[in-house]
Design a protein around this ligand. Sequence first.
Ligand SMILES: [Zn+2]
Length: 443
Amino acid sequence: MKTTSLLILLSFSVVGFCQTDQRIYDVIDAVSTERIEADVSKLAGFGTRHTLSDTVSQTRGIGAARRWIKAEFEKTSAACNSCLEVSYQRNLVKKGDNDRIFKDVEIVNVLAVKRGTKYPNRYILMSGDIDSRVSDANDSTSDSPGANDNASGMAGTLEAARVLSKYDFENSIIFVGLSGEEQGLYGGKGLAAHAKEEGWEIIGILNNDMIGNINGVDGIVSNTDFRIFSEPVPPTETEEERKARRFYGGEVDGISRQLARYIHKTTQTYMPEMNPMMIYRLDRFGRGGHHRPFNDAGFAGIRIMEAHENYTQQHQDIRLEDGIDYGDKLEHVNFDYAKKLTAVNAINLASIAWAPPAPKEVKIGGIVEPSAKLQWSKVDGAAGYKIYWRDTTSPTWDHSHYVGNITEFTLDGIVIDNFFFGVSAVGENGFESVVVFPNGIMR
Ligand SMILES: [Zn+2]
């Protein structure tokens, strides 16, 4: 083959196969360890951020903390020509709603919306938590710095907002500090309900809860391992959908799992030094996080978290006991690591916010035939589509085939029984939607 024709071939293959975008590397570089350290320190400095703590003081308690978070978002907005819509989202919870609500309390979330230029009502969210706790979940006065749980996630969210405020996106991004996590996931519940009322189209939420500890109770020290928790299938699926799964598959292919795979892939592409671990469960064993109320409402949502936890530094009264330094204190947080996980969030928010919507409907056919067929609904703004498949035992979408602006394709010689399949939409700029697992059958 002559060099010229080879070049032509190569340039043809660029659209849809282009794997990287310089802006994503710029986003990674722009995330600042120093700013994250300053923000975690500031948040830990409010004494306690317990959900039922003081709201009047300017220096101590959750009121002071949320006003500061709002002011930080506003500062970011002022620096980008008012590019963020900053607001409180309030939820009144009555005394006795559960054991941890010992008086009426207003659960206040702080939101910053970077409005999408093309799909203003489609949202990808990044969250951290405002509140903290000590050994007794109802102790609202003792010192509770919550430096890792979860000032780290909150600081990451503030920093991602600063970095991404420099760009425009087709989809909207919401950066949010959620409150009431430790009292029963109240902030997430309130915001998910608000989203439903307002008819927000939610692509998913990346919930960050503890992104700053590298010294594990298991003895492992790692500043590259991190976990992406995702539930297998939505809890909102119908009985009919559950029955269909038995015959058509999908046990490990729910919407949150696809979001987890997306994050895994983006991280491996742009931050290959990291070790993302997809954990095939909603959350840690029997424990909770703020992505769950979004899952409960039928939205995709995952938890991003350190891989090696230290339980002597979570939900503990600050004390020295048997030579162990208990408490969630500033000195236990590794800010470089929190920076890396913040970058993981930022590049995924950007990639999704720059991508076209995923196809709404994807049908699959090819029963008792030598080739699998896929058919999908057209996406406005998509330049093409990517068909993915993988071995049934593989966690990741290992094979793909880019097709142009068409809505049906036959994968010659790929037998439907031996793989799982999915389709994503690809934009002119090369960014891709989350993969959609088939939700219909072609006969
Ligand atoms: Zn916690």
